[in-house]
Ligand binder design. Sequence first.
Ligand code: SF4
Ligand code: SF4
Length: 561
Amino acid sequence: MPNINLDGKTIEFKQGQTIIEAARDHGIEIPHFCWHPKLSVSGNCRICLVEVEKMPKLVIACSTLASEGMIVHTKNEKVVAAQNAVMEFLLINHPLDCPICDEAGECKLQDYAYKYSVGESRFVEEKVHKDKRVALGPRVMFDGERCISCSRCIRFCDEIAKDPELTFVKRGDRVTIVTYPGEEMDNPYSMNTIDICPVGALTSRDFRFKARVWDMSSTNSICIGCSRGCNTEIWVRNNEILRLVPRHNEDVNSYWMCDHGRLNTFKNVNADSRINSPQIRKDGQLIEKSWDEAVNEAVSKLKLFTKEQIAVIGSAYATCEDNYIIAKFAKTVLGTGNLDYIRHIDPSFADDILRTEDLTPNSLGAELAGIQPSKSGLDIQGILNAIKEKKIKALYLVEDDILEAFPEFENAIAGLELLIVHSTNHNRSTALADLIFPAATYVEKNGTFVNVSGVVQRIHPAISVVEQDRALDGMSMSRLDKFGTKWDRWAAGKKINALPTWKILTSVAKAMGSKIKFNMAEEIFAEMANSIDAFKNLDYDVIGELGAKVKSEISNNVKVS
Ligand code: SF4
Ligand code: SF4
């Protein structure tokens, strides 16, 4: 491979790489505002000026191709003077309103002001004033005074979202961003411009002024809005999720996520509809009960039915670990092969960027984990018909809303003799349930999902539910009931009394005499890796934060329909 000399260090580069790309591949950052690895080069901010020996003037590293034997200086006196001058120029008209700016704490301009500027300005004249708080569209707010005209947002709309909605108007220090006349920025990926805007010029209308970034914690996760499984960071304050942002994973979502996934996949977590306790129906009313009472009720009711009269519906919203236990519970504890999950397909949601027609995050994982009818068992349509014909009398429904998917079966479902539901929130199905177990959401548990391309990815708890408090670790269900109530009083943020589905099911299974026993999701995955070919040789460490492919010949056999 050819080499360049960068600040005295010899580094290899690939033919066609620019200096900034070659440096980046070796972990060396050359400052940049307008350059972005996934956008075309515009070369307008000039902060990446470097000196190349034998060239008459400084050159911009983002558009200068590396060539064999090139000697590049990124930190010498000339370069530092140029960086200082660019920073002074960019800050002339900047309002310097970091104390009230949402971007403060994660702003490139703020960081570079400390790193690459002399810390003072010679400009004493009145700054140019521009429009502030301009709604560019339903989700993005623009502050003209903070904009440094890098054009990243314009290029993103043109090149990634394929929806040219933004442009520059005016010239010199009056230049600003507008949407085309009569248009607004409303493409399904518009909020990525907020992430790539290097300053606080573009902010989220949903998140604005909710929290300073240093008051929040962030946890790596994935989006559950469709089967792409875009990698995300979940940002939390006081046990409440305030925003999702995309996390770079070149094999899954690159740097992006869609606005639907960003805004609509976590609001149920702290919603009023959240189920905060096991509930049993008595005289037509759902009554809050303890975990022990609910488990005992489930066991005594399930024992009233033969295995042919029972069906179990797993969940493409739940983790592989949850589904593995659901399948095991159905087959070995209830002895039924009437087992399937609900496919939520919407072709109109799909595009050729990220969004898929499968609106669930784990169809493939649910099937691989064993959610499939046995040879003589019924699939979802068979189960629904058998419920209508009153052949299936008891339904165990996990983390899905059967009535949202099949509203035409409302009377049939209402006629069931027993409906047990695991759910995070109240919905049309819980309204008919005889017994509800409150399920932890994907932000409250560990586990894995398999995306549309067969990449198995991990999720981690970003907020805690009652049982996750360390002091409660290892407690029995009855002790949990007592401490749950107390903890609610002590908690700084609202904590929900919910459990991961696999944990609820192992308690029910144990009460029915089964030996299914796991202490943590990781143990379940280890058993899956031993017993299911697709997961062979995988564990949580191998999956890591960027995922791993499940065995391809297996995943190709399981089609998401
Ligand atoms: S709004 Fe942000 S991304 Fe767009 S040109 Fe201005 S500084 Fe760049
Ligand atoms: S494309 Fe799918 S997984 Fe990605 S952010 Fe959108 S809804 Fe979520």
